[in-house]
Design a protein around this ligand. Structure first.
Ligand code: IMP
Length: 183
């Protein structure tokens, strides 16, 4: 899927495929430096983190395993509520392991705040967050994300894993939707 397939539904491209690729390379280098001599369990949050996980993991030199969680945040439309239910838990025991949660976006922070408390109680050796995007203006709770790709304004974005109504996840770039799509 590309810009042309979006037609009038695309407002603008925020980050091109090349920009995402470059930034993920920088994040991977930082992660490799921080975890030198260690192994990492990457925990991706379905479904949004699929693209970030796939590309970030392939840029890392540190030995990694990958696991996935699916959680549903009760909320209406484009807002999350922080009330979370586990749809799919990890297959792996994380006691004593270096867990790096891989996320597409930190918006209000409510989902991640819940997830970090949940994973933290399972006694990992370390627990950190890598998120491609963050909306600082939207933060309702403080999230200490160790690796952040880009800070963006508080507008709804799609592409590269991020959806609107389950669509547009397969766009290779991150962009904004034209307002007529919502209304
Ligand atoms: P939070 O709990 O408000 O931080 O939201 C977390 C989840 O909401 C993210 O992992 C995304 O799946 C979704 N989300 C938040 N903002 C956006 C957006 O701009 N576009 C698409 N999904 C979003």
């Amino acid at each position: 899927m590309d810009e042309h397939d979006m037609g009038e539904d695309l407002e603008k491209v925020l980050f091109t495929k090349e920009q995402l690729d470059e930034r993920l390379g920088q994040m991977a280098a930082e992660i490799d430096a921080d975890y030198a001599g260690e192994e990492i369990l990457l925990v991706g949050v379905l479904k949004g983190a699929v693209m970030v996980m796939a590309d970030l993991a392939r840029k890392l030199h540190t030995p990694v395993e990958m696991d996935w969680m699916a959680i549903s945040s009760y909320g209406s439309g484009t807002k999350s509520s922080g009330v979370v239910r586990i749809l799919k838990d990890l297959d792996t025991d994380i006691i004593g392991r270096n867990v790096l949660v891989v996320e597409d976006i930190v918006d209000s922070g409510l989902t991640l705040s819940w997830l970090m408390a949940n994973l933290g109680s399972r006694e990992p050796k370390s627990l950190k967050i890598a998120a491609l995007l963050r909306k600082p203006e939207a933060a309702k709770v403080d999230i200490d994300a160790s690796y952040v790709g880009f800070d963006i304004p508080s507008e709804f974005v799609i592409g590269y894993g991020l959806d609107y109504d389950q669509k547009y996840r397969n766009l290779p770039f991150v962009g904004t939707l034209a307002s007529h799509v919502y209304s």
